[in-house]
Unconditional design. Structure first.
Length: 254
């Protein structure tokens, strides 16, 4: 668990997956909620949470970050969660299919993948094809969304990395850390993670024709004991301020 702070509710939200605008009246929401968020949202949701707190003091929001697949399993097992914000619709759909959401999910951001290398790119990696002979390559766990997307784009480009050369991180942050710490020569992570890493890695863009678009859904969990506050947080993420924070962090529009 990370990111614990007071918060309350905004008055409106916009930017839903359908492009519609939902308006929420004055709220007296208070208490505590837990938001289960994909690890690639760590920085952005830290800022969103802080802004939520400054604008609406009086409640507490805990943000639990991890791989979307792990978070899904936690929620299915009954772990406390009021809002889920994942890195792919399929993972959240698993919860919907089991009747664990209180309402429909909405896409609130998009992302793409990027190649990261050790600073200065000593192996001279320029394309996805270069990963086949780049040495140790860090990829996300196969069941994590970032791992699924990486498998998709490598297969689409007809590139096979020897299994003995692959090291797996449990989520995008761990995968990035393998490269930043020098344990891997290159890796495939989200664009937002590459940007947040700064000078600890170098980045190599993946052409749009070879890339994948990750769509991030958010929804309120049916078992929440604080529906008003959970809905208020979801509204804030979908609203103007939440969208501005996500854009600043490098995420694309829904």
């Amino acid at each position: 668990l990370g990111l614990v702070a007071p918060a309350c509710s905004p008055s409106k939200t916009s930017g839903s997956a359908s492009g519609s605008t939902a308006t929420w009246g004055p709220s007296t929401a208070s208490g505590t909620i837990t938001v289960s968020a994909a690890s690639s949202l760590t920085g952005a949701f830290g800022t969103i949470r802080s802004d939520f707190v400054k604008a609406h003091p009086g409640s507490t929001v805990n943000v639990n970050v991890g791989s979307s697949g792990q978070l899904e399993a936690q929620i299915e097992s009954g772990a406390p969660a009021d809002v889920a914000a994942f890195a792919d619709p399929a993972t959240l759909q698993e919860l919907a299919g089991k009747g664990l959401l209180s309402g429909p999910s909405q896409i609130f951001a998009t992302n793409e993948l990027v190649i990261v290398t050790k600073p200065g790119n000593p192996k001279g990696i320029r394309t996805l094809a270069d990963l086949a002979s780049a040495g140790t390559v860090a990829l996300c766990a196969a069941k994590a969304p970032c791992g699924t997307y990486a498998t998709q784009i490598l297969a689409g480009a007809g590139i096979t990395i020897p299994p003995s050369s692959i090291t797996r991180g449990e989520n995008a942050k761990a995968t990035l850390a393998a490269v930043a710490n020098g344990d891997a020569d290159a890796g495939v992570v989200y664009v937002t993670d590459g940007e947040a890493a700064g000078s600890t890695v170098s980045t190599v863009a993946i052409p749009a024709t070879q890339n994948a678009v990750a769509r991030y859904p958010i929804a309120v969990i049916k078992a929440t004991s604080n529906q008003a506050l959970a809905q208020a947080f979801m509204s804030f993420v979908l609203g103007p301020r939440g969208q501005a924070v996500l854009k600043d962090a490098g995420f694309g529009a829904p």
